[in-house]
Design a protein around this ligand. Structure first.
Ligand SMILES: [Ca+2]
Length: 143
């Protein structure tokens, strides 16, 4: 867990860097695909969302969301990912939806830098910051 400072343009330039974004999403997908069958099931997505601590962030730590409501939220998020309604999320669906989410985050951040707590070194926001740092370091920062 660490604190990163980023604004909308950090996130946006990460998402529009096709190669960097694709490889970060691919890594994320592989980590979430617990049984390695190449698609994400409802249970796998739910576990991922629990890891993101999405609801705590959105609703505040003090608010206890009723379990039925949480299940409904997980279901509705799953439906957003599963655009062809096959009952599973494939790599492409995952990538497209993550792109949409990241761009929504970018819009929300706007141009004023904010501090965010990143729970997980592998998070996409952390990768966005890493990429920007690399770019600022310039071509001399080969690695
Ligand atoms: Ca799977």
């Amino acid at each position: 867990m660490g604190v990163v400072i980023l604004d909308g343009s950090t996130v946006r330039s990460f998402v529009t860097d096709e190669a960097a974004f694709a490889s970060a999403v691919e890594e994320r997908f592989a980590a979430l695909d617990l049984n390695g069958d190449g698609v994400l099931s409802r249970a796998e997505l739910r576990r991922a969302l629990e890891t993101f601590r999405l609801f705590e962030t959105h609703f505040g730590a003090d608010v206890i969301t009723p379990p039925a409501e949480v299940s409904a939220l997980y279901d509705s998020i799953f439906e957003q990912f599963d655009t062809d309604h096959s009952g599973t999320i494939d790599r492409n669906e995952f990538k497209e939806e993550m792109k949409r989410i990241m761009l929504a985050i970018a819009d929300g951040l706007g141009s004023s830098p904010v501090q965010m707590v990143v729970e997980d070194q592998d998070s996409l926001l952390q990768k966005a910051v890493d990429l920007e740092t690399e770019k600022l370091a310039g071509p001399t920062g080969s690695g």
